[in-house]
Design a protein around this ligand. Structure first.
Ligand SMILES: Cc1ncc(C[n+]2csc(CCOP(=O)(O)OP(=O)(O)O)c2C)c(N)n1
Ligand SMILES: [Mg+2]
Length: 766
């Protein structure tokens, strides 16, 4: 922690941070040429609201091991501080929201300076440090040497409207995380309005109920001193009781208006009137805006009370637009200072509008504090360990009846034997569905992670199949059912290579339809640099009698479209194993990629996979399965190509047999990854750089027969395949939601059974 600054110096730095952040936005909107006339935007008022908090935090509180998640709209404040600390080149300051320049919101992957957490999706950036704290503890128990450090979140008050926030705060594992500190920038304004009943006390009670330490910073020293005067308690009550909007309105008043309005019309009005009567105008105007979130001493006091034994929330009262002419205005969220207002601000802050990026004079107290703070906060560079290699093939050929879901658990167990170093880095996470998604064997083998060993009271119960052995070496984590928490944790487990040099292989398992609920935070996590494998199982309508409510229909399409992620839907156990190992091999490295596996509980005869016994032919099949598709049947007189994916490949093969009996030769292709095939096709057409060899093997130009595609998901996902060779096509799949039934019933209902496939083929060939 850096030592306390001289107050005047800190005030000067604070003014400069306000000036620089305001200027970056001003420059982006009013100075940089904007030929298209499109809105650029930026949030000067949101920045001003948090300048004191961030200045005091960086210049007096932070230690190098700490991490901070900054509310999205305060990104210019972060860049201003990084600039003053020498971590951002001046040339970037005029580039806010410019291509290749500073991003709109703090971005770990895209900003040039030090950003601990990407934010922008309200609620997700705020909760990320919670998952970052758990990930750090996990790495520390498994591999050691992460050091310690607080995990701060600087949160906008409207961010607390997000369910994601409360799902995280309430998770039972969180109350133990003493390194978590949230600072709520309570300006009682959201994007559109002054929030009528923000009820900070109620918020505080909710955190308290979840086991957090709650520190409220309401007023600054000036107001506190007025409260000590005769009539001061009435003044205090009056300010506390007035509606938020009325308070905001007072910020827009002249001193004269304030003298009339502040006392109100209640019985305490005369006492309040008397308390403020002898204040000069300037003091009165200062007093009404003297909230704790803008008062250095009040904030220092709050920081000093953090007890580090449980998560802490500091609820800091602030003013949106503090010290700007837009201060407190209900619609100030996106409003920008005019050029005249900007010039006035320069004057008030002692800055020069024509030389906005000027640094502190060399040798000045502020320059010295910036230099010493920078030195104190410097972190050693992270040397990331090369992830251990993952075997591509175990050489086993599953026979008998099995499911792709079961293959996942089996493959993980195999990995512990064949490649213990790689297996040691696997962490599985599940939102309360480990047993129903077949992870019991893996769990029994590796145990459940907990920072401390806990007694398993069912260890000696012969009827307990899945053992819940909690220990620091465990490799499975279980949160509550909240899927958003799960993907947040996966994302942070997937960034440990970049934070502490220790790659992990996080694998999260959930019922496939709930991937849609978790999608946006998972996608945001990928953008933020987290690499993980998400497994959706069971999936589609193939889960049959498990329930119409649990069907997933759009997820294959989601997988195809998700940036930073390769999606797969294997048909056989062997494909699942090959694909899983390939996906693990892409994790935990700077150029790494996430994956999404859509698995199934359909029992399938594994001999249908017809895995070649010749080692070269087997490897050929494996490479194709991992590249997105492989040929299962090829006929010289092919009249129709049947392309199946995942669970419906069984029916595709049956349909091919039936067509053959009718004298219609049908090729069969098994697609494992529509996304990879689509990328290959795009690359062949000059879009992107993906390899396209798989098309030559599986969809060669000579394959000119019409194509029937079928999957347990929306048919459009595979419909593009007919376009590869420009042939006629028919796309089968699922477009309706909710009908429960046996597998035969639902397949027939959706037309994805063998009958449906045969019929579609006949339509094309006859
Ligand atoms: C999930 C999500 N929903 C909506 C938005 C748009 N949005 C950005 S900030 C914001 C409100 C900001 O209010 P607050 O958190 O109080 O921040 P302030 O600017 O007042 O400090 C909204 C609605 C978003 N970025 N993410
Ligand atoms: Mg707000």
């Amino acid at each position: 922690m850096t030592s306390p600054c001289n107050s005047d110096t800190l005030a000067e730095i604070e003014r400069r941070v306000l000036w620089l952040s305001t200027s970056m936005i001003h420059h982006a909107n009013r100075i940089r040429p904007n030929p298209s006339g499109l809105k650029v935007g930026g949030h000067q008022a949101s920045c001003a609201s948090i300048v004191t908090i961030m200045t005091t935090l960086w210049f007096e509180q932070l230690r190098p091991g700490d991490r901070v998640s900054v509310k999205p709209h305060a990104s210019p404040v972060l860049h201003a501080i990084n600039y003053l600390l020498g971590g951002l080149d001046e040339s970037y300051l005029p580039t806010l929201r410019q291509f290749g320049g500073l991003q709109s919101y703090p971005s770990r992957s895209k900003d040039p300076d030090s950003v601990d957490y990407s934010t922008g999706s309200v609620g997700i950036g705020a909760t990320a440090p919670i998952w970052g704290a758990i990930a750090r503890r996990y790495v520390d128990t498994a591999f050691g040497s992460t050091g310690v450090g607080r995990q701060y979140s600087l949160v906008g008050d409207a961010e607390l409207d997000e369910g994601a926030v409360w799902e995280a705060v309430m998770d039972s594992s969180v109350a133990e995380l003493g390194e978590i500190v949230w600072i709520v920038d309570l300006n009682r304004q959201s994007l559109d309005r002054v929030v009528p009943n923000i009820a900070a006390d109620r918020l505080g009670r909710m955190f308290d109920a979840a086991g957090w330490q709650v520190i409220t910073v309401k007023f600054g020293a000036l107001l506190e001193s007025l409260f000590e005067r005769p009539g001061g308690s009435e003044l205090r009550r009056r300010i506390l009781d007035m509606p938020n909007a009325e308070y905001q309105r007072l910020l827009r008043c002249t001193a004269e208006e304030l003298r009339l309005r502040l006392p109100g019309d209640g019985h305490s009005a005369p006492a309040v009137e008397k308390t403020i009567a002898d204040l000069d105008d300037a003091t009165l105007l200062r007093a009404i805006r003297n909230l704790g979130g803008h008062d250095v001493d009040a904030l220092r006091d709050a920081y000093s009370r953090i007890d580090d034994t449980r998560p802490t929330v500091i609820i800091a009262y602030t003013i949106k637009g503090h010290a700007l002419p837009t201060e407190g205005h209900p619609q100030n969220h996106s409003s920008l200072l005019s050029s005249d207002q900007y010039d006035d601000l320069a004057h008030a802050l002692g800055a020069d509008p024509d030389d906005p990026w000027r640094r502190f004079d060399t040798g000045s107290d502020s320059a010295t504090v910036c230099a010493s703070t920078s030195a104190a906060l410097t972190r050693p560079p992270v040397d990331s360990e090369e992830p251990p290699s993952v075997p591509e093939d175990m050489g086993r050929t599953p026979s008998g009846i099995s499911t792709t879901q079961a293959a996942l658990g089996r493959a993980l167990l195999d990995l512990t034997r064949a490649a213990p170093d790689a297996a040691r880095r696997v962490v599985t996470v599940s939102p309360d569905v480990s047993s129903t998604t077949n992870l019991a064997g893996w769990l029994n083998k590796v145990g459940v992670w907990s920072p401390h060993e806990r007694r398993d009271w069912f260890a000696d119960d012969a009827e307990t199949i899945m053992h819940w052995r909690e220990k620091p070496t465990g490799q499975h984590m279980e949160l509550g059912i909240a899927e958003t928490n799960l993907v947040g944790l996966m994302s942070e487990l997937g960034t440990t290579w970049s934070r502490w040099g220790q790659p992990l292989f996080p694998i999260g398992v959930m019922y496939d339809p709930f991937v849609e609920r978790a999608l946006e935070p998972w996608s945001f996590g990928i953008y933020a640099g987290g690499q993980s494998i998400l497994v959706g199982t069971p999936s589609g309508v193939t889960l049959a009698a498990e329930g119409g409510a649990h069907q997933s229909i759009t997820t294959p399409s989601i997988g195809l479209e998700q940036p930073g992620c390769v999606s797969y839907e294997p048909a056989f156990a062997i494909d699942t194993e090959w694909i899983l190992f390939a996906c693990i091999g892409r994790l935990g490295r700077p150029d790494g990629t996430s994956s999404y596996l859509r698995l199934s509980t359909r029992p399938v005869d594994q001999t249908l996979a017809a895995v070649p016994s010749d080692p070269s032919a087997r490897e050929h099949r494996r490479r194709h399965a991992v590249a997105g598709a492989y040929t299962m049947r090829r006929n010289p007189e092919c009249a129709v190509v049947l392309v199946g994916m995942g669970a419906v490949v069984t029916d595709t093969l049956v349909a091919a047999d039936r067509l053959s009996e009718m004298g219609i030769a049908a090729d069969v292709v098994c697609v494992t990854s529509p996304g990879l095939i689509f990328e290959a096709l795009q690359a062949r057409r000059g879009h992107g750089t993906a390899a396209s060899w798989i098309l030559d093997h599986v969809f060669p130009a000579t394959r000119t027969a019409p194509v029937v595609t079928v999957l347990d998901g929306h048919p459009h996902t595979l419909a593009f395949l007919a376009g590869i060779n420009g042939v006629r096509g028919s796309a089968l799949g699922v477009t309706g939601f909710g009908q429960v039934g046996s597998l035969d019933d639902v397949y027939r209902y959706h037309g994805i059974d063998a009958d449906g496939i045969v019929s579609a083929a006949l339509d094309l060939v006859t």
